[in-house]
Design a binder for this molecule. Structure first.
Ligand code: NAD
Length: 399
């Protein structure tokens, strides 16, 4: 039986444990954060193991071993899946690299931007070149109901893009991953597609900026916290549209420099939203309505933190900014710089977000901030020209 090791102990990891068990994989979990390994073990020790609820469906699985020690779970793994927020990718890869089998395939869901730059640099530094793949988004919206025991799949995307390194292996990865994840995966030509087509980098910071800008002093009772997706208004939809237009302009410019790159793999936000949620959106007449009427997004509110009894303020340290800006918008902003495309709205959102995060990425319109090295902008990995980026990506395809 092939062995899969899941890295992480959050929502996505819970879903994966249930699905992989169901699909007949031998599953181990690497969960080094805090006491997650113990809590997962304790949760799964019950008779049900790990249960994922999807509508009326009940999917059950169980991990064989859960450990905070990579030596116990990484060796022997055919497949290693990183089900982690992007800021944990680098530290996790560092920790597991020495235990990976030479033929192991390492996958990440979702990849976010620039995963290939980070992973290939890190592995090359150790004289390794494992096979990689990434998904454009997490295929599910999911939330843990009881830690180690139950997770709810709130929605499943109709299709999710998968890129591989070497690029020619994407179809092979899809054949293995589709039945494992029980979702439709679409192979795309390179990780650059995922970096540009990462819609979370537009949706999350875009809505935070649209709805959260100027609301810093505001307090809300629990019931009054504004809705995130259903709360998208015309002004916020216009921000989202402009962010998407700028990514389309960058994509077009990359395609001009690199004829093998297929810009059709990077749909606009409006197109992607309708493709990802064809059965969940009840009114797709405009971008705003597509967000407002998407059942998979229903009821989700702006991220907040408590500041008193039933009193909340918007949380500007949220992952919607802390993850999607340095591992998303800043990466595409770096590519824009390489192809000479102006990105006024991306710049506006990064400038606003970095002030809230206490970080410096953009300075006077250039990616020259002191915190740039904590991002996955191509420049951080020595990619200073579009030609270098193309060479890097082509190497990915031919190796
Ligand atoms: P989560 O918050 O539930 O998982 C976080 C987990 O990551 C932690 O429990 C821990 O196991 C691990 N982790 C965090 N920091 C770590 C560190 N420094 N070292 C090692 N491990 C660490 O996240 P999730 O909901 O499972 O999401 C995973 C990814 O999928 C994120 O990028 C998220 O933005 C994305 N995503 C999630 C959803 C969803 O519905 N859950 C939807 C779309 C995208």
């Amino acid at each position: 039986m092939p062995k899969l090791t899941i890295c992480g102990g959050g929502n996505a990891a819970h879903v994966l444990i249930a699905l992989a068990g169901q699909a007949g994989w031998e599953v181990d979990v690497f969960a080094p954060l805090n006491d997650e390994a113990e809590r997962l073990r304790a949760g799964m020790a019950g008779p049900g193991g790990m249960i994922a609820h999807r509508g009326d469906e009940r999917l059950a699985g169980r991990a064989r071993q859960v450990s905070a020690d990579p030596a116990q779970v990484i060796p022997g793994s055919t497949l290693v899946l990183l089900a982690l927020p992007a800021f944990a990718h680098g530290p996790t890869l560092q920790t597991i690299a020495g235990f990976l089998e030479p033929e192991a395939v390492v996958g990440v869901l979702p990849a976010r931007g620039g995963f290939d730059y980070q992973a290939l640099s890190l592995f090359a530094g150790r004289g390794m070149s494992p096979r990689l793949f990434g998904l454009q988004t997490l295929p599910w919206a999911c939330r843990i109901k009881r830690y180690g025991q139950e997770v709810e799949i709130l929605g499943t995307k109709a299709a999710t893009a998968l890129a591989a390194w070497p690029g020619g292996e994407a179809a092979q990865r899809v054949d293995i991953l589709s039945p494992l994840l029980a979702v439709t995966l679409t192979p795309v030509s390179s990780f650059l597609t995922l970096t540009l087509a990462n819609t979370g980098q537009l949706i999350h910071p875009g809505i935070m900026y649209g709805l959260g800008r100027g609301q810093e002093p505001a307090t809300f009772s629990g019931a009054d916290i504004p809705l995130f997706y259903q709360g998208v208004d015309d002004a916020t939809a216009a921000i989202l549209q402009q962010l998407s237009d700028e990514v389309q302009a960058i994509t077009g410019a990359v395609a001009q420099h690199w004829p093998q790159f297929n810009p059709a793999e990077v749909p606009s936000l409006y197109t992607w939203t309708r493709q990802a949620y064809p059965d969940d959106i009840t009114d797709s007449s405009t971008l705003r309505r597509a967000f407002n009427t998407n059942r998979a997004y229903a009821g989700l509110r702006l991220p907040t933190r408590p500041v008193g009894p039933d009193t909340f303020r918007i949380d500007y340290q949220t992952r919607y900014l802390a993850e999607d800006v340095p591992y998303g918008l800043v990466v595409v902003r770096g590519i824009a710089e390489l192809v000479g495309v102006q990105t006024p709205m991306i710049d506006e959102v990064i400038t606003w977000a970095q002030a809230h995060l206490g970080r410096q990425y953009l300075v006077k319109g250039r990616l020259a901030g002191s915190d740039l090295k904590q991002t996955r902008a191509p420049q951080v990995f020595g990619i200073q020209s579009i030609q270098t980026m193309i060479t890097f990506s082509q190497v990915m395809e031919v190796n």
